[in-house]
Design a protein around this ligand. Structure first.
Ligand SMILES: [Zn+2]
Length: 153
């Protein structure tokens, strides 16, 4: 997990600031000047746009969280619900960063969002720490706890 995160962070250093307004891809090239404005072409969906129509850049923080959740076995729609980025975009990121998740067959993740006090309360109960393990990850001003439960044979 640690190595993987390092790999993902290393890629972000080279991420372009421009994003396509249509597909949010960063594969953008300059494509002439139209009426004194720089025009760009998205190499992914072939959409032309000018600087007045810049795509909103999604913070790499959310890309990391989305890929992390994907690796933990959550579906694109679950990820959409949690971080508020469309499942299509999440699916594009998975392709863009060539993330392949291992098959989760003998355990499945459950996730909960807690604020700090709720998280402390949850962890007070030692029984909650038993089982197949968990990770806690910061999510805005809250925390997400992903816990694995093993399927019983
Ligand atoms: Zn595009």
């Amino acid at each position: 997990m640690y190595l993987l995160n390092k790999y993902i962070y290393a890629k972000f250093i080279y991420m372009e600031i421009l994003a396509c307004p249509k597909c949010q891809s960063n594969s953008i090239v300059k494509s002439g000047i139209i009426k004194d404005r720089q025009r760009f072409l998205c190499k992914k969906c072939n959409y032309y746009f000018t600087v007045n129509k810049l795509g909103k850049k999604i913070d790499s923080y959310y890309v990391t969280k989305a890929l992390q959740l994907y690796l933990e076995g959550l579906s694109f729609r679950e990820i959409e619900r949690i971080i508020g980025v469309s499942h299509v975009t999440v699916s594009n990121w998975v392709k863009e960063y060539k993330v392949t998740k291992p098959n989760h067959t003998d355990y499945h993740p459950t996730y909960k969002i807690y604020n700090h006090i709720e998280l402390v309360e949850f962890l007070k109960n030692k029984e909650q720490l038993k089982g197949a393990g968990m990770i806690i990850t910061e999510l805005g001003d809250k925390f997400m706890l992903i816990k694995w439960a093993r399927f019983k044979d």
